[in-house]
Design a protein around this ligand. Structure first.
Ligand code: GDP
Length: 600
């Protein structure tokens, strides 16, 4: 890749694609790549790792028919598209207080408008200060739309019937008003006067290629016009960000890096963040995929190169990359005296993301610095407190922290795991672990869990709890053998009330208390030492399911016992405490977690 980028004034802008699931991100990126491959001049080396390069002359060719609307003479060498769409990946393109991405395309299915992940993407873009435009995708689905493959939107719209144009306008205005609610002024791109104040909406079809020319021309035009300072290429040592850490056959551990400034050369000394501290190492090899012409489309078909100029996506092989941290910055150290300075800078950046406090909040574990940061801000937006946020697999410490929280605020006693596993041999009893590979779904799972526990707690105020109780059916006091059973009992310990379910000593259910009577008077409860008559409803018969002289217990749900012990410890009498121990013994046979960790 020894193209003479360094002689050009501006580097290629880095473009990311975000949007709601199924709105067409992958299809759009494929279309852009496909268009580029077809139009490319033979022999040209424009291969990247983790990104695709679209040279300027292709954009100019495509935009030729749009000259009147988007008059561009491109000074940027082209556009560099990050290959993997979605904000899991985008979040690794981090750069202190911002992003390595220069501009974003938010893909929105025009027939559906903004959805959850579109809004989340906008929030992330706003947080990271990345400008964006909207690809209003799937225009070919508009009723009556006549598609012509790969023509600009402005050419295609001319061919549509009036009612179809109106239909499109309505869909665009639906988007405009949705964006207005989020505080953005937006407009169809060909009607915009001031691009610094208005978000451009480009109607496209990733399927037919309509509008792709407009999109590329606009991206190139806007970035070179408004991001000039940012795109000024510096001749100095490379700055980059680690997109992914991989293990490659023959190369060992490698890192896929986006270089956004400067030059990276073989044998350069680089500094980067690792899971257990800073890594300083020497670049053994820089690789890009082989040019398309002789590529058998294998992932590992790589070509070594000696140096690379920003902006570019490359694979770096070097010793000691096993613990490299995706999302970490990477710098070339041009002179030994600067090591400390870089070290401090990276350490601080990593420290800013990792969190630890002694508050009651959830434990969060993620696979990379970028995803951790994205999860933290999403949780903060939802007002969910975080006790610990860190990178790497779930460790014993994480479980301990979550169980400390669980004892005080059960709803937060969880570990949220994003693309990380549990280390082997760790006892996680009493702690809930939520796994999900999609940021917004993990957040949804966390919210759902917290709400469920809160609801359960609300329902279960002391009066609605099923409390521990132990009774004995008194021999000779069977008044009715079935349907419902009516017997005389003695309360041995704890308490019984109507509606309490009962179990036998072997844990089997034997119906539910219907009524409690003493001398024909109904009682709301019976406590230790009382001898009363009770009726039991359910499919239960004396002599068959229960016998005279049998001991029965109340069937206390796990959550009720936890609430009783943690929230109302003073209402546990000594006799009830004994009953609790016996019930735990019975219930553990079915559920090993029953009553675990409770201070009785
Ligand atoms: P992603 O989840 O955002 O990456 O969405 P995909 O690119 O996987 O697209 C989701 C579905 O929408 C696929 O079935 C695509 O074929 C379809 N799709 C994407 N773009 C278009 C489009 O412009 N028009 C039509 N009709 N379908 C599309």
């Amino acid at each position: 890749m020894k193209i003479s980028n360094s002689e050009k004034r501006l580097r290629q802008p880095i473009v990311v694609v975000l949007g709601h699931v199924d709105h067409g991100k992958t299809t759009l990126l494929d279309k852009i790549r496909g268009t580029t491959v077809v139009k490319k001049e033979p022999g040209e080396m424009t291969q990247e790792v983790g990104a695709s390069f679209v040279p300027s002359y292709i954009i100019e060719k495509l935009a030729e028919p749009l000259k009147k609307v988007i008059p561009i003479k491109l000074q940027i060498p082209g556009l560099l598209f990050i290959d993997t769409p979605g904000h899991e990946y985008f979040s690794n393109l981090r750069r202190r207080g911002g992003s390595v991405a220069d501009i974003a395309i938010l893909v929105v299915d025009i027939t559906e408008g903004l959805q959850k992940q579109s809004i989340e993407s906008i929030q992330i873009l706003r947080e990271r200060k990345v400008p964006f435009l909207i690809a209003a995708n799937k225009i070919d689905k508009i009723p009556g739309w006549k598609s012509t493959n790969d023509i600009p939107f402005l050419a295609s719209i001319e061919k549509q019937r009036n009612d179809v144009k109106v239909y499109l306008d309505n869909l665009v205005y639906n988007l405009v008003s949705q964006l207005a609610n989020l505080g953005f002024s937006a407009e169809r791109y060909d009607r915009i006067k001031d691009f610094t104040k208005t978000v451009a909406i480009v109607p496209v079809s990733a399927k037919t290629g309509e509008g792709v020319a407009d999109l590329l021309a606009l991206l190139a035009g806007l970035t070179q016009r408004y991001l000039e300072t940012r795109l000024k290429f510096a001749e100095g040592p490379a700055k980059g960000v680690i997109l992914e850490v991989k293990e490659d056959p023959g190369l060992g551990h490698t890192i896929d890096v986006i270089i956004y400034d400067g030059v990276l050369k073989k044998n350069d000394t680089i500094i980067l963040g690792g899971i257990n501290g800073i890594i300083i190492t020497k670049v053994r090899g820089i690789f890009v995929p082989r040019p398309l012409q002789d590529m058998k489309l294998s992932k590992y078909d790589l070509t070594p190169i000696d140096e690379v100029y920003a902006a570019a996506g490359v694979k770096i092989s070097a010793p000691n990359l096993e613990e490299a941290l995706a999302g970490s910055p990477l710098y070339v150290i041009e002179d030994e005296s600067k090591v400390e300075q870089y070290k401090q800078q990276i350490e601080e950046e990593i420290k800013e993301v990792r969190l630890y406090s002694d508050i009651d909040g959830i434990v969060l574990k993620a696979d990379s610095l970028g995803t951790l940061e994205a999860l933290i801000s999403a949780l903060q937006r939802e007002g969910i407190p975080i006790r610990l946020a860190d990178i790497g697999p779930i460790s014993k410490r994480d479980v301990i922290e979550a169980s400390i929280v669980a004892q005080r605020s059960k709803e937060y006693g969880i570990i949220a795991a994003f693309r990380v596993k549990l280390l082997q041999g760790i006892d996680t009893s009493g702690v809930k672990i939520l796994y999900n590979e999609i940021i917004y779904q993990l957040i949804e799972d966390i919210k759902k869990h917290i709400n469920e526990i809160r609801e359960a707690e609300k329902r279960r105020t002391f009066d609605t709890l099923i409390l521990p109780g132990k009774i004995k059916i008194l021999p000779g006091y069977v008044f009715r053998r079935s349907d419902p059973v009516v017997v005389g009992i003695e309360v041995i310990g704890g308490v019984i009330r109507p509606k309490y379910p009962l179990i036998k000593e072997d844990g089997r259910r034997v119906g539910e208390v219907l009524q409690i009577q003493d001398n024909k008077k109904s009682l709301e409860r019976a406590t230790k030492g009382m001898e009363v008559a009770i009726s039991i409803k359910g499919n239960v018969m004396i002599g068959r399911h229960v016998n005279e002289g049998d001991i029965l217990y109340t069937d206390v749900p796990k959550e009720d016992l936890e609430i009783l012990v943690n929230k109302y410890p003073s209402s546990i009498t000594d006799d009830m405490r004994e009953v609790i121990k016996e019930i735990i013994r019975i219930k553990r046979k079915e559920d090993p977690l029953y009553g675990l960790g409770l201070q009785i």
